[in-house]
Design a protein around this ligand. Structure first.
Ligand code: DON
Length: 587
C-alpha cells in the first residue's frame, strides 16, 4: 500500500510547536500536508524512503497468542496453549524450545527476565539473570596495558553463571499448571528428532562461523567446516539428554550432576572460572515489579537487576510532562524523545546495578516529581550536551523477547539472552549448549564503553555473586480500565529500551496499530556517546537538519527489534519486528 493513514490524537493537529523549534520546517511525512479534519484529526504516514509501509495487519487469534523470534518456538508455545496450558506454561515451553531451535540467543547457557500479569490481577517479576562467579574480580578483564581485553566477550572467562534453567523452572513451579515433562516435551522432541534447517538458521550460523569455529560447537554447527545445508535435519542428541535430565530432576539436572560437571570441566580446560560450586548456589530472584502509568495507562515493568523498566518509566514520565503530544516523527517529537532518553540513560548508566549489592534510588527515579525536575532541564529549542548532565539523584555513593497471552487473560512478557549472538562462543561438550558472554554487561572498567557503547559507572563494577546490569525490558501495558493492552520487549542491548518506549508511545500517543507501532522508524539516544541515531530512511532530511540545528550530533544507526502482542477486538494481535525474523501465532 503506497499510502496509509492513521488517526492521531486531536490536540496535536493544530499545534504549531514544530514550526517554532529552531526554525524547523513543519514536518510533512511522505510529502503529504498534514490535513486538519473535523475533530482535529491529522493524517500522517511513514517517510517515503522508509523500508516498511504502514497499514500492515498483525496476525490475529481469538484465544491465546505467542510472539517470538523463532517460528518453531512459537509453534511449541501454541501447542501447549491448545492443550490447555496457561500463558505461563506456554512461556516456559517457548523458553526451552528457543534453547533448541534458536541457539544464537535463546539459550539455556544464558539468563533473562519475566514480567507477569495474571488473570486475577496479580503481578510478578522474575530475575534469572546470570551472576558473576565467585572467582570473578573487578579487574579481571583489564590487560597489562591498563585497557579492557576482549575476554569479557569471547571465550571461557566471559560467562556468568547461567540462570535460564532455574528461572524457567521457578516460573513454572510458582505460576504454571502443567508438569515439567509436559512443558518441556516440545523442546525435547525438537532436540531429539531434529528440525529442518531453514535459511534463517543457516545464515545465522554462517554469519557467526568465525566465533563458533574457535570452540567445540563447531563439530555440530559447522560439520566439515560449513553450516548445515537448508533442508537437512538438525539433531542435538546431547542437548536432548540435558533437557531430559532437567525434565526428570528439575534444576539439579542442570546445576548439579553430569551437566554441571561438563560445564565445570569445559571451564577448567579453557581457563574459565565458573565452578560446580557457583552452579550449585545459583538462584533466580523474585522481584517486586515496577508499576507505573503513562497517560492513564498502566505499566508493569522489570525492576533491577535490569535497567529496562526504570529507564522506560523515567523516560515516559518525562514525556508525560508535555500535556500535548507532538506530531509523530516531527523534530519536536524526536527532540523530546531524545532529551528524555538522554536523561534517563544518564541515571541508568551512573546509578543502576544489582539491587542485592547496591542501594538504588528506585522510588525517586520512578517518581513523576523527579520527571518534572528533569523536564525543567530541557530547553524546547536546544539539545543539551550529555556532559552537561549529571544524575540529580545518588544513593550512597543476543537476546530474544517473547510474549504469551492465554484465553483466561494471563500475560507473560519475557526476554532472554546469552548477550552477543552465540554468547562467548564456548560450547559445553556432552551437554550441548553455548555459554553466555554476559560479563561484558558489567562496567569492566567503569567509564569505558562496552560492546554497546554504554559507559557505565562504579555501581555496576564486577563483584562475585553480583548480577550485571541489563537493559532487557519485557513490559506489560494496561489500558485505562486495567486490562492488559500490550506486551512488548526486544533485543538490542540499550536499544531495547528506546525501541520499547517508542512502540508504547506510538500506540498510546499516536494511536497506531500494532504493526505500524512496531514497523515505524525509530531513533536512539543513550546519553553517551552523545549522538542521536536514527534509522536510515526513517527520518526526513528536513527533520535531521532541524535536529542538527538544535545542537544534536545525528547519524544513521540501528535500533532494537521487538516482539509484541496487543489486544484486538475479541482477541489478540501478535507481531515480530519486520526488522528480524520470527512468528506470531495463536488459536
Ligand atoms: O542484558 C542486556 O542488556 C544485554 N546483554 C542484551 C543483549 C542483546 O540484546 C543482544 N541482542 N541482540
Amino acid at each position: 500500500m503506497a499510502f496509509h493513514t492513521r488517526l492521531m490524537l486531536g490536540t496535536i493537529a493544530t499545534m504549531p510547536a514544530t514550526l517554532a523549534i529552531a526554525g524547523a520546517a513543519a514536518v510533512v511525512l511522505s510529502g503529504q500536508q498534514p490535513t486538519a479534519r473535523p475533530g482535529n484529526v491529522e493524517l500522517t504516514t511513514f517517510p517515503a524512503e522508509w523500508t516498511y509501509r504502514p497499514g500492515g495487519e498483525a496476525p490475529f487469534a481469538g484465544h491465546g497468542m505467542v510472539a517470538s523470534n523463532c517460528a518453531l518456538a512459537t509453534e511449541a508455545g501454541v501447542e501447549i496453549l491448545k492443550a490447555g496450558g496457561t500463558a505461563v506454561d506456554a512461556a516456559v515451553t517457548v523458553g526451552f524450545a528457543l534453547a533448541v531451535a534458536y541457539p544464537e540467543a535463546g539459550n539455556i547457557g544464558g539468563g533473562g527476565y519475566a514480567v507477569l500479569r495474571m488473570a486475577d490481577g496479580r503481578t510478578a517479576a522474575l530475575d534469572y539473570r546470570e551472576t558473576a562467579p565467585a572467582a570473578a574480580s573487578r579487574n579481571m578483564f583489564i590487560g597489562a596495558d591498563g585497557k579492557p581485553t576482549d575476554a569479557s566477550l569471547v571465550g571461557h572467562r566471559a560467562s556468568g553463571v547461567p540462570g535460564s534453567v532455574a528461572g524457567l523452572l521457578a516460573l513454572l513451579e510458582k505460576h504454571g499448571t502443567l508438569t515439567r515433562r509436559q512443558v518441556m516435551a516440545p523442546a525435547i522432541r525438537l532436540a531429539r528428532e531434529g528440525f529442518a534447517v531453514d535459511g534463517i538458521f543457516r545464515t545465522s550460523i554462517e554469519q557467526n562461523a568465525a566465533l563458533i569455529k574457535r570452540f567445540a560447537g563447531s563439530a555440530l554447527f559447522l560439520p566439515g567446516g560449513r553450516p548445515p545445508e537448508i533442508g537437512t535435519r538438525f539433531v542435538q542428541a546431547d542437548l536432548a539428554a540435558t533437557l531430559d535430565r532437567i525434565a526428570d530432576a528439575g534444576a539439579s539436572g542442570f546445576y548439579a550432576g553430569p551437566v554441571a560437571a561438563a560445564m565445570a570441566t569445559e571451564m577448567t580446560r579453557g581457563g574459565g572460572v565458573v565452578t560446580t560450586a557457583d552452579l550449585a548456589v545459583y538462584k533466580p530472584a523474585w522481584r517486586t515489579p515496577l508499576v507505573s502509568s503513562y497517560r492513564g495507562h498502566g505499566l508493569i515493568a522489570m525492576p533491577p537487576s535490569s535497567s529496562g523498566g526504570i529507564t522506560l518509566i523515567e523516560t515516559l514520565n518525562i514525556l508525560e510532562t508535555w500535556s500535548e503530544v507532538a506530531p509523530w516523527g516531527s523534530a519536536a517529537a524526536l527532540h523530546r524523545l531524545s532529551s528524555a532518553f538522554q536523561r534517563a540513560f544518564v541515571d541508568r548508566n551512573e546509578t543502576l546495578a544489582d539491587p542485592d549489592f547496591v542501594k538504588l534510588p528506585i522510588g525517586r527515579l520512578a517518581s513523576k516529581a523527579y520527571a518534572r525536575e528533569l523536564r525543567r532541564t530541557i530547553d524546547d529549542a536546544r539539545a543539551t550536551p550529555t556532559k552537561a548532565l549529571r544524575p540529580l539523584t545518588r544513593e550512597g555513593h543476543e537476546t530474544t523477547n517473547y510474549a504469551v497471552v492465554d484465553r483466561w487473560g494471563n500475560a507473560v512478557a519475557m526476554t532472554t539472552t546469552i548477550n552477543s549472538l552465540y554468547g562467548s562462543g564456548v560450547w559445553v561438550p556432552g551437554a550441548g549448549f553455548f555459554l553466555n558472554n554476559e560479563m561484558d554487561d558489567f562496567a569492566v572498567q567503569p567509564g569505558t564503553p562496552n560492546q554497546f557503547g554504554l559507559v557505565q559507572g562504579e555501581s555496576n563494577a564486577i563483584t562475585p555473586g553480583k548480577r550485571m546490569l541489563s537493559a532487557m525490558a519485557p513490559t506489560i501495558v494496561l489500558d485505562p480500565k486495567g486490562s492488559v493492552l500490550m506486551l512488548v520487549g526486544g533485543r538490542g542491548g540499550p536499544r531495547i529500551i528506546t525501541a520499547v518506549i517508542q512502540a508504547i508511545v506510538n500506540v498510546i500517543d499516536h494511536r497506531m496499530s500494532l504493526a505500524d507501532a512496531v514497523g515505524a522508524p525509530r531513533v536512539h539516544h543513550q546519553a553517551l556517546p552523545d549522538v542521536l541515531e536514527y534509522e536510515k530512511g526513517g527520518v526526513p532530511s528536513t527533520v535531521v537538519d532541524a535536529l542538527a540545528a538544535m545542537g544534536y550530533v545525528t547519524k544513521p544507526g540501528g535500533t532494537g527489534s521487538l516482539t509484541a502482542i496487543m489486544r484486538a477486538k475479541d482477541g489478540w494481535q501478535g507481531l515480530f519486528d519486520p526488522r528480524k525474523h520470527g512468528l506470531a501465532a495463536g488459536y
